[in-house]
Design a protein around this ligand. Structure first.
Ligand SMILES: Cc1ncc(COP(=O)(O)O)c(C=O)c1O
Length: 382
């Protein structure tokens, strides 16, 4: 029997998952491993979210919904833009998705054809590159060389070399935690608009910025596609629920593709997520703990040889230059896990060019975890 295997499926593995599997193996053997490898809040979803889900389960049938999501959630998301950003968004331009991961699929399919060229930053979140590659889109990785974030100048230079069809950026970003300052964001969106380059803004780490207020790229024009999620600030990774705010002309194409690809996002998670915007007090307490973790890592990591390679403005990551310790961050991460029982992610996942000398630490865990991890690293490196 012939087994068909496409070239499209030949994307890079997510190396962090290998570290995670090894951490789990060590834990199963009874070792006390501190994991800072995965970008996932250690807190559960807010109480009101869990109660809404329990009510929905008790009330009975969980079924398909409108492809673009249930009206109360689309309305709650639209209200969030008015309340949090002062930006008016009609609920009709909101598409609820199965996590932001599904939103990427939908956006890429609705916006680009195979062979189109889309720019992303290196380092950057690996799924951007992997999903686009699988879809036959040409990924143009713009190396930041420590610049922190993508700028209008980067975009203009890449476009001059060969015209781009799209650009995708995140602020705050994974893995760097860097945010794009307001003026630079406006210049980047303007530079894209002038050149006919479509913009996707991944705002999944909004509400997790420690240095200033959030600014949505939507404030800069209705033509921007914004992607967001309940996974990070709202502590709902496993609920697989996110959203997009679309330019008018993309609503129907996204709806058509979603109908066939996913039918609808999960109803249970949609009904629960409506409550997430009301849980601010609870979620700000979680964020305050991240801020403590961040202070501790900013203070301790550089002294251990993990030089901060980015400013830690937001999200919950410390992205470190480990070139003083190793030239092979993958092997180093393996040894660190095996010997110090601290798991972090080697930079190779985020940056094919410079990742051999970088590592990412997630500080979404407890303050106690951060203290234990840094104490162990200090002893190990000594
Ligand atoms: C920058 C960024 N975007 C998107 C995602 C995907 O999140 P989800 O599919 O859970 O919404 C992640 C997850 O780590 C991420 O870091």
């Amino acid at each position: 029997m012939a087994v068909a295997i496409s070239r499209r499926g030949d994307v890079e593995p997510f190396h962090a998952m290998d570290v995670l599997a090894e951490a789990n193996r060590l834990r199963a053997q009874g070792h006390d491993v501190v994991s800072m490898a995965v970008g996932q809040p250690s807190d559960p979803a807010p109480r009101a979210v869990i109660e809404a889900a329990a009510r929905a389960l008790r009330n009975g049938r969980i079924g398909y919904t409108d492809s673009l999501g249930v009206a109360p959630l689309r309305e709650a998301i639209a209200r969030h833009y008015a309340e949090h950003y002062g930006v008016e968004v009609p609920p009709a331009r909101v598409a609820v998705t199965t996590g932001s991961s599904a939103a990427f699929n939908l956006a890429f399919l609705a916006m680009f054809d195979a062979g189109d060229r889309v720019a992303v930053a290196a380092p950057g979140y690996p799924a951007y590159r992997n999903i686009m590659q699988a879809l036959g889109i040409d990924v143009v990785e713009i190396e930041l060389h420590g610049a922190g974030h993508l700028t209008a100048a980067h975009l203009a230079a890449a476009h001059r070399q060969r015209p781009l069809n799209g650009v995708l950026f995140a602020s705050p970003a994974n893995p760097t935690g860097a945010t794009i300052p307001d003026d630079d964001l406006a210049a980047l969106v303007d530079a894209a608009a002038e050149r006919g380059i479509a913009v996707i803004s991944d705002e999944i780490y909004h509400r997790l910025c420690y240095v200033g207020p959030d600014r949505t790229a939507l404030a800069l024009g209705d033509g921007v596609t914004v992607i967001n999620s309940f996974s990070k600030y709202y502590c709902m990774t496993g609920w697989r629920i996110g959203w997009m705010v679309l330019p008018e002309a993309l609503v129907r194409p996204v709806e058509r593709i979603q109908q066939s690809l996913y039918i609808s996002p999960p109803e249970l998670s949609q009904l629960a997520a409506v409550e997430a915007f009301g849980a601010t007090a609870e979620l700000e307490a979680v964020k305050a703990r991240y801020a403590q973790n961040r202070d501790l890592l900013m203070r301790r990591l550089p002294g251990l040889g993990f030089r901060l390679a980015a400013p830690m403005d937001g999200a919950f990551y410390a992205y470190c230059d480990v070139s003083g310790l190793t030239n092979d961050s993958m092997a180093f991460a393996r040894r660190m896990l095996a010997e110090a029982h601290v798991a972090a992610t080697p930079g190779r996942d985020f940056d094919p060019f410079e990742g051999h000398r970088t590592m990412r630490f997630s500080y979404a865990g407890s303050l106690d975890d951060m203290t234990r991890a840094t104490d162990r690293l200090e002893q190990w490196l000594r």
